[in-house]
Design a protein around this ligand. Structure first.
Ligand SMILES: NC(=O)C1=CN([C@@H]2O[C@H](COP(=O)(O)OP(=O)(O)OC[C@H]3O[C@@H](n4cnc5c(N)ncnc54)[C@H](OP(=O)(O)O)[C@@H]3O)[C@@H](O)[C@H]2O)C=CC1
Ligand SMILES: O=C(O)C1=N[C@H](C(=O)O)C[C@H](O)C1
Length: 252
């Protein structure tokens, strides 16, 4: 029988961290060896012999955590938001000097959300208009969500590849923020509402029709199959992987 993968969880007392700790403890072939939160020394990860660390912390610390893990030869599965081209590029370059170490950064580990983003990328080329609405619990600190950014970037790339121009928008007078954030030319709107967990609607419009792609996470357990898949796969996947779609065999 093969040995269990030894896993550490960073941000272990948070909403995602507590759910991840439970999922790792209950998963076949995984062993939870460290659970760290704010103020804990990251050296506890290596002291415990962890092979993989899962990061669900806060945007301000996640990149630094990953560099420390890579230096220690620990694979990382990162769900924390706040990543951009600059921080991803630095991790990519760091991994060139750490052969064999893998890092998976995924803005959303829910299988339905990853599929929704993939469907949006496929559909985007056929529609004149596209906007994204994300809806979350009011304790979320960042807006728009990492998922909405990733969705909008995918739509924008698909539109550009298809030679589509700007989305039509005659707005010349608006209150600040009324048209949402501009992510690569795609408008993204953020709702914060008590009772919600994590939800997204992708609206695609043509004259006389609209396609709505919607995903709802009603419970944080929805992210766990994706997290566990990434933990199991990252040990054999050196370098940087951005997005769970690459582990699911979906078109990127
Ligand atoms: N990719 C995905 O599928 C998902 C991603 N997320 C993202 O995951 C992140 C966490 O979300 P959520 O669990 O709701 O947030 P929480 O605020 O509930 O949890 C974050 C935890 O990290 C702790 N923390 C802060 N700094 C450090 C540090 N340096 N080392 C270790 N732990 C630290 C916080 O402690 P303290 O409160 O004391 O500061 C807190 O316990 C967010 O960026 C969110 O957007 C969320 C859901 C799914
Ligand atoms: O903070 C959350 O809750 C979530 N964060 C991630 C994001 O910003 O996309 C993933 C999911 O939407 C839940």
């Amino acid at each position: 029988m093969s040995e269990s993968i030894r896993v550490a969880v960073l941000g272990a007392s948070g909403r995602m961290g507590t759910t991840t700790v439970r999922a790792v403890q209950e998963a076949d072939g995984l062993e939870l060896v460290a659970a760290l939160d704010a103020g804990d020394d990251l050296r506890a990860v290596t002291d415990a012999g962890a092979q993989v660390a899962v990061d669900f912390t806060v945007p301000s610390v996640t990149e630094q955590n990953v560099h420390v893990l890579v230096d220690a030869g620990v694979h990382a599965v990162v769900g924390t938001t706040g990543w951009d081209d600059g921080s991803l590029g630095r991790v990519h370059d760091h991994l060139l000097r750490a052969p064999g170490v893998g890092v998976v950064v995924a803005p959303n580990f829910a299988l339905g959300a990853v599929l929704a983003m993939s469907f949006a990328r496929q559909a985007a080329r056929w529609f004149e208009s596209a906007e994204v609405v994300e809806l979350h619990h009011p304790d979320k600190v960042d807006a728009p969500s990492g998922t909405a950014r990733h969705t909008a970037q995918g739509i924008a790339a698909a539109r550009a590849a298809a030679g589509l121009g700007s989305v039509p928008d005659a707005t010349t007078q608006a209150l600040d923020g009324a048209r949402g954030a501009d992510v690569d030319g795609v408008r993204v709107h953020a709702v914060r509402l008590r009772g919600l967990v994590a939800h997204e609607e992708i609206l695609l419009g043509n004259t006389g029709e609209m396609l709505t792609i919607r995903h709802d996470s009603f419970d944080r357990v929805s992210f766990m199959p994706g997290v566990l898949l990434a933990v199991r796969r990252v040990v054999d996947r050196p370098g940087l992987t951005v997005g769970l779609e690459h582990l699911l065999g979906l078109p990127a």
